[in-house]
Design a protein around this ligand. Structure first.
Ligand code: 6PG
Length: 488
């Protein structure tokens, strides 16, 4: 009979699962490993068995039997049905008090349902966001575990042993129960979408607008990485732009199809924001931009039909020609990127605040910003500033009102406006730059044209409106006469 010696187990040994298992083993954990096809388990043991203590299992029964109590198993199988099947199979073999962890990307509402079903069987269910890709899983991811306080007692030390470390702190914290971990990971991904699209828009402005080469743009990003924009996504952007395609000798960026894929987490972020009533305009535009890039037939038809743009299509002739002006415009783009990025984070953090209210979670936003400083895809220097803002205890409705970010955006806004104006004039789409600026301006506006929309709604649908000078709900009898009826 197998000895129950493993303090943690991993089910599913594809790229992420195998990397996570190795990371766990390298950090002194005894790791039970199971994969549907045993050959994968054998490969892991043959290639990496010397990195630490693994307990390979041929069957799920053997796997569960090799776990010490409370048995803790991390599931790293495909999202959806395979995950559900594995949860049930494990729950059938486990006992009350044992812990099942889903470390894939899952829709937080599914996690809430799963947690409830598993809790009814006396077990713990933890939806755990894991960010950092394959490399992160191996060398230190950022992790966002949900689940009960009790499960965190067991899981906490294990996850801390393998997490990325930022400024001496492990990038993992207990987010809360009932889907909170997967909710926060979902918002992380929404911000990731906005950040990536903003970087892509910056590239486009320099490529099409200024006529710089990919190599030159890579150097600009390298330079930006030394300042406020220091981040993993900016770093990998330089790497992608420096890369030459081995087959053709062309810049890699020019041989890649311009159709961005997506697995769905960005869409969940926007759907959830709509349900919560939180305007995440930058994230929304980033998701739509990926969608638009993939409407291949529609885009082809636009080419075929010769849909016309402005006369000065594409090129910023003045700034492109003069080196000083070019330098100044690149600095404008840098500032615009910084300001728009702050807006994207402000919107994402608002979504978390609202989600916490509706789903009854106590999200520690300062701690969330801290665990995103290392290991995850959106890791960036300025997350320190976000954690400072939330840790200060000051109450503010938006990150944009925090003194540091208020000053940063105010300082960047002239550049931001110039960039959006130049892009619009040249016919270069900058959906996230422009929607973030529109969000900023809408937020600042003392009076919005929403008043007119209320008038229209009342006229065609008797939807009523509020008055600025009197409390209550009103309706105007538009056709009959011009008088107002107070409804309450
Ligand atoms: C991470 C990433 C990851 C994401 C994939 C693909 O934090 O490690 O966000 O979870 O799922 O990178 O995402 P898309 O296919 O949606 O771009």
């Amino acid at each position: 009979m197998t000895q129950a010696e493993a303090n943690i187990g991993v089910v599913g040994l594809a790229a992420m699962g195998a990397s996570l298992s190795r990371n766990l083993a390298r950090h002194g954990n005894t790791v039970a490993v199971f994969n549907r096809h045993y050959s994968r388990t054998q490969t892991l043991i043959t290639e990496h068995g010397s990195e630490g203590k693994f307990v390979p299992a041929q069957t799920l029964e053997e796997f569960v039997a090799s776990l010490a109590k409370p048995r803790t198993a991390i599931i790293m199988v495909k999202a959806g049905e395979p995950t559900d099947e594995m949860i049930n199979a494990l729950a059938d073999l486990m006992e009350p008090g044992d812990i099942i962890v889903d470390a894939g990307n899952a829709y937080f509402k599914d996690t809430i349902k799963r947690e409830k079903a598993i809790r009814a069987r006396g077990l713990h269910y933890v939806g755990c966001g894991v960010s950092g890709g394959e490399e992160g899983a191996l060398l230190g991811p950022s992790m966002m575990p949900g689940g009960t306080d009790e499960s965190w007692q067991t899981l906490g030390p294990i996850l801390k042993s393998i997490a990325a470390v930022a400024e001496g702190e492990p990038c993992v914290t207990h987010i809360g129960s009932d889907g909170a971990g997967h909710f926060v990971k979902m918002v992380h991904n929404g911000i990731e979408y906005a950040d990536m699209q903003l970087i892509a828009e910056s590239y486009d402005l320099m490529r099409r607008g200024l006529g710089l080469t990919p190599e030159e743009i890579a150097e600009v990003f390298e330079d930006w990485d030394k300042g406020d924009l220091n981040s993993y996504l900016v770093q990998i952007t330089s790497e992608v732009l420096h890369h030459t395609d081995a087959k053709t000798g062309k810049p890699f960026i020019d041989i890649v199809k311009d159709q961005a894929g997506m697995k769905g987490t960005g869409t969940w972020t926007v759907q959830t924001a709509l349900e919560l009533g939180v305007p995440v305009t930058g994230i929304g535009e980033a998701v739509f931009a990926r969608g638009l890039s993939s409407t291949v037939e529609l885009r082809q038809e636009a080419q075929d039909k010769g849909l016309e743009g402005p006369k000065a299509e594409g090129a910023f002739s003045a700034s492109a020609a003069d080196p000083e002006e070019r330098k100044a415009f690149i600095e404008d783009v840098r500032q615009a990127l910084y300001a728009s990025k702050i807006v994207a984070y402000a919107q994402g953090f608002n979504e978390m605040e609202e989600g916490a209210k509706v789903y009854n979670w106590k999200l520690d936003l300062g701690a969330i910003a801290r665990i995103w400083r290392g290991g995850c895809i959106i890791r960036a220097k300025f997350l320190n500033r976000i954690s400072d803002a939330y840790d200060s205890g000051e109450q503010f409705g938006s990150l944009l009102f925090d003194p540091f970010f208020k000053k940063a955006v105010e300082g960047a806004q002239d550049s931001w406006r110039r960039v959006v104006a130049s892009a619009v004039a040249a016919g270069i789409p900058v959906p996230v730059f422009s929607s973030s600026l529109a969000y900023y301006d809408a937020l600042r506006s003392k009076r919005l044209p929403a008043a007119l929309i209320q008038g229209q709604r009342d006229l065609f649908g008797a939807h009523t409106y509020g008055r600025v000078d009197e409390p209550g709900i009103f309706h105007t009898l538009w056709a009959a006469d011009k008088s107002e009826l107070k409804e309450d």
